[in-house]
Design a protein around this ligand. Structure first.
Ligand code: 3PG
Length: 434
């Protein structure tokens, strides 16, 4: 068992969150230990030549890998790339090379997972050596055993991969926050056999996302947009319960709240919701419930930009409905949102304000994102597409924390059960007692 009990954060600043219930690298003597390190370097890949188009995730995990190597561990990296049947479902060979170049330490790539070649390479590891094994999703069981049943990870822990690799290792470090909403052997199975602890990426994600929601400097605001309205309404509820002061809405999320407030948004925008939002009636009912209970805290647009045959047409919501679809927040709303952002102690952003891919309707998103990046306080960006939009706008370096997670970040923000986090919590209970 490690030298410290309890959870130690990177900067010691966070102390109130339930998610402190994980063990971390600081809790264990790492030197000489054989460590299975699960990371998430699932990246955008050019299907024609297999080249990696975006190395953001590889860079983020490189720090954990480097730290472990410098602490003289023997490191076995596990990761996935895409899913069977997809064009970017490729080997991790190029990922290993990129990571090796980033940390300037050799990473041996082995095109095997738990067969003879993998086992003998593991047995030859010396202190500080790094080995990356093949895409875990090349293994059928990683795909098949993807269920979370009654808090039970038995099937995953009895999988071939876990059975073959866990006897060779001392510790399991889960750094794959971006896959923590999945329940696959490589993410939860090892936690039943080895102490399972959070890596640095995982730790930082939980610290920043957790703190921004529950205890970041006030006023805390969330800006929720985009078209995943069911997720965003669930996130709004959790955030408001946790004490977030205001939820500002844009995109389809705003349209749902406009409907819930009794405003007729017009045939075209209504049809979009009916067609694209599963169980949209339930989502609207939930939005009505939230407006009833948190009326002053949910802010929706008082003017919008309509798409009149490709041209931007600004109208106050009193002038709705019209035949044109709503494609952006209006300019009065934008000014109002920027005031909230400027005064905020904490800003959490997920989702664009409108159809920002079209220059005519990009103003709301661009200006809101720009003012978030100008806020000197705690700024957190979550969700794959939002992170990508910040990147494209060149604003990422001005944000305090950009989550590596897409679906995982949304699941965390909506307070869904995340199997990989459950597995680490269980491991802490088990190993803290020993
Ligand atoms: C992601 O990119 O969101 C994660 O790597 C999880 O990938 P998945 O959705 O294929 O499980």
């Amino acid at each position: 068992m490690g030298q410290n009990s309890g959870y130690t954060t990177v900067d010691g600043e966070f102390d109130t969150l339930e998610d402190r219930s994980f063990l971390t690298i600081d809790d264990f003597k790492i030197e000489g230990k054989v460590i299975i390190l699960r990371i998430d370097i699932n990246s955008s890949v050019n299907p024609e030549n297999g080249d990696i188009l975006d190395n953001t995730r590889i860079k983020r995990h490189a720090d954990t890998v480097k730290e472990l190597s410098e602490k003289n561990a023997k490191i076995i990296i596990l990761a996935h790339q895409s899913r069977p049947g997809k064009l970017d479902f490729v080997s991790l060979k190029k990922h290993a090379k990129i990571m090796s170049d980033i940390i300037n330490i050799k990473i041996k790539f082995v095109p095997d997972l738990y067969g003879k070649e993998a086992i003998s390479s593991i047995q030859k590891l010396k202190n500080s050596d790094i080995l990356m094994l093949e895409n875990v999703r090349f293994d059928e069981q990683e795909i098949e055993l993807n269920k979370f049943e009654n808090n039970n990870f038995e099937k995953q822990s009895n999988s071939k991969m876990v059975a073959k690799l866990s006897p060779l290792a001392d510790l399991f470090i889960n750094d794959a926050f971006a896959a923590a909403h999945r329940c696959q052997p490589s993410l939860v199975g090892f936690a039943e056999k080895l102490p399972a602890i959070a890596g640095r990426v995982m730790q930082r994600e939980l610290d920043f996302l957790g703190k921004a929601i529950a205890s970041g400097p006030q006023p805390r605001i969330a800006i929720l947009g985009g078209s995943k309205a069911a997720d965003s309404v669930a996130i709004s509820e959790y955030f408001l319960k946790k004490g977030v002061d205001y939820v500002l809405t844009g995109g389809v999320v705003a349209n749902i709240f406009l409907i819930a407030a009794g405003i007729n948004i017009g045939k075209s925008s209504n049809e979009f919701i009916k067609k694209n939002i599963p169980n949209y009636e339930d989502v609207i009912d939930k939005a009505k419930y939230l407006l009833k209970n948190y009326n002053d805290q949910i802010i929706y647009p008082n003017d919008v930009a309509l798409n009149n045959e490709g041209n931007r047409l600004g109208v106050q919501i009193e002038s709705l409905p019209t035949e044109y679809p709503i494609h952006d927040i209006g300019l009065d709303t934008l000014v109002n949102y920027i005031e909230y952002i400027d005064k905020a102690g904490t800003v959490i952003a997920n989702g664009p304000m409108g159809v920002f891919e079209d220059a005519e309707f990009a103003v709301g998103t661009r200006e809101v994102f720009q003012s978030i990046s100008n806020n000197p306080n705690m700024t957190v960006v979550g969700g794959g597409e939002t992170a990508m939009a910040f990147n494209q706008m060149g604003l990422t370096s001005k944000i305090e924390h950009v989550s590596t997670g897409g679906g995982a970040c949304i699941a965390f923000m909506a307070d869904e059960t995340m199997p990989a986090l459950e597995a680490m919590r269980r491991s802490k209970n088990k190993y803290s007692k020993e």
